[in-house]
Design a protein around this ligand. Sequence first.
Ligand SMILES: [Mg+2]
Length: 215
Amino acid sequence: MSAAGNANSANASGRVPGAQGRDGLWAPWRRVHALRDLDPAELEALGVRLVLLDRDNTCVPRGETDPTDEVVAWCAEARGVGLALALVSNNWDREGLERTSSQLECPVVSFAMKPLPHGLRRAMAEAGVPREQTILVGDQLFTDVLAGRLAGVRVALVDPQSERDLFYAKPMRKVERRLLRGVPYEGEGETGDGAGSAPSAPRASEPGEGDLPEP
Ligand SMILES: [Mg+2]
């Protein structure tokens, strides 16, 4: 079921429908190829008020200095429908982060140390938006998805923009690929890429499954 099918189901408490995955600590809420696959108007209709954005390989391809035009346009569209944005990055390059923050017109939490949840909590506190109305968009299971899980924030997992990764991320990518076998991209059904071959594979959770778990 697409999230659009639940667009009218935001409950009266303001809590956005859609639990974090119940099938694994790193189960994403939604799996899409890129930020462009998330419709800002749909998110707003679901009750989302704040979108936390990972920077590297989600907004800015690894090895480059600027976000893609597509990401810049997406952020403008998101602001246009009333969504607040914030970057939450493990990067400690303050100059680079401030540049991206300026380009995307949103605040930034640097050196967030994801998967620790503190950076996400700080961004939510600064925006004045509770976790129930917040999502995180990121490209890594063991930093972004896990951090979201620990902070009680739903996470949309995107493909990394670039094949380039920091040296210590490469082994994790292999594990990620295995864990994500059989986890379909939204709207595409089962991938057929070894579906069912990884017993511990997380499955993208369906919007409307229930409330968020306690962090
Ligand atoms: Mg990243």
